[in-house]
Design a protein around this ligand. Structure first.
Ligand code: NAD
Length: 370
């Protein structure tokens, strides 16, 4: 027979479970705290590799975005993903036939997560099929290619966004708020350190043809992009130096380590390092006349740790790709303006700087950015 004591025990177990569930949810899920009734972005992922898998897993917790389709050259992967994410056969495509998404009402946007050299042509095909494009970083191999993507998406009247997940990260946004509020005084200096030790020498990241370069294209881009959103200005000049300790692994055109400096209109300078030869290198540091802000790790999958002259930043970790995809849904479907842009023009700005860094390495000269 059920006693009152049993009943009370059940009640208190539930009472204990509820806060646990809600804090677990806060730690890992969507930024929408209220029940969501807005529009949902239907997304196909193109390229079912390691990052594509991470995005698909994170999208399980999205409220405003849903994985509805896949595009892949590997039939066995398509079958696996169909089972795992409940994707109907009608929403599965390969690299030859994916222009047919044009006629598929279950797909609003395609998220391109393939090696860098493939982004441009794939993005243009998606745009021509009338679907919005979300493209991984670097959006292309150089600024000229990036601009072609921007133009193609404009012409097709679709949006183009770049997978800059850090632009939605809470501690990063808090530092940007502090800077804008003048809490650091006048910003004077930024340091960006981005690197990891790359393994398998046969991977596409070490192929000039597929990656478009080396560490700078893959990981150094975080310091390029971070310098811009942490300082809040666009650089006007670049200097850079390259060091190569392993010319067998890092062939001609594949950079191992580059240091670069950026000058900004207000007089801020940035000093950055991009490398494929050091682990645990992921740090942003911003200094002003009245204070500092630091992120370390600054761009990893999280938690991101922040500290300023006022103390620790402890904004809770939420899976970056979940927040990113919910926010991107709002940008695409509801014209939301993010604090830090993630559009194609933003991607081209980074590529112009990266083109200039490579030119500065080649010529040994300071490169002016008009
Ligand atoms: P990956 O090698 O794990 O996956 C690449 C996918 O592309 C694979 O499924 C592969 O089969 C497919 N592919 C299609 N054509 C290919 C070809 N010609 N050569 C090789 N692979 C081909 O790579 P990844 O780590 O998933 O990176 C993919 C993209 O995502 C890159 O642009 C990378 O910079 C970006 N990325 C972004 C983040 C981020 O945090 N925003 C993290 C990792 C990777």
């Amino acid at each position: 027979m059920k006693s009152r004591r049993d009943f009370l025990q059940k009640i208190s177990a539930t009472a204990l479970a509820v806060p646990f569930l809600s804090s677990a949810k806060a730690a890992g899920s969507s930024f929408y705290e209220e029940p969501y009734e807005g529009p949902v972005l239907k997304v196909a992922i193109l390229g079912l590799g390691s990052y594509g898998t991470r995005v698909a897993e994170a999208m399980r917790d999205c409220k405003a975005a849903k994985l509805t389709g896949v595009i892949s050259g590997t039939p066995s992967k398509i079958a696996d993903w169909q089972k795992k994410y409940g994707i109907p056969a009608a929403n599965c495509y390969n690299y030859e036939n994916f222009d047919k998404i044009k006629d598929n009402k279950d797909i609003d946007a395609v998220y391109i997560i393939t090696p860098n050299a493939l982004h441009k042509d794939q993005a243009i095909r998606v745009a021509r099929a009338g679907k919005h494009v979300i493209c991984e970083k670097p959006m292309a191999l150089n600024a000229k290619e990036g601009q072609e993507m921007v133009d193609a998406c404009k012409k097709a009247n679709v949006k183009l966004l770049v997978g800059y997940r850090m632009h939605f990260e809470a501690n990063t946004l808090e530092i940007i708020r502090m800077r804008n509020a003048g809490e650091l005084g006048k910003v004077m200096f930024f340091q960006g350190l981005s690197g990891f030790r790359i393994g398998d020498p046969g991977q596409w990241r070490l192929s000039k043809e597929l990656a478009g370069g080396g560490a700078l294209m893959d990981i150094g881009i975080y310091s390029v992009n971070g310098a811009r959103y942490m300082v809040g200005e666009e650089p006007v000049w670049v200097t850079a130096q390259e060091v190569k300790t392993d010319p067998v692994k890092f062939k001609e055109g594949v950079d191992e380590t580059i240091t670069f400096q950026l000058g900004f209109p207000s007089g801020v300078i940035a000093s950055c390092l991009s490398t494929y030869s050091m682990n645990y290198l992921d740090r942003f540091f911003l200094n002003g006349t009245q204070g500092f802000a630091e992120l370390q790790p600054a761009t990893g999958y999280g938690p991101i740790k922040g500290r300023t002259h006022k103390g620790e930043l402890n904004l809770p970790h939420k899976t970056h790709q979940t927040v990113q995809m919910d926010e991107m849904s709002a940008i695409i479907l509801q014209n939301k303006k993010p604090v830090v842009p993630v559009d194609g023009e933003e991607g081209v700005k980074d590529l112009r700087i990266m083109d200039a860094i490579y030119e500065a390495v080649r010529t040994g000269k300071k490169v002016e950015l008009g």
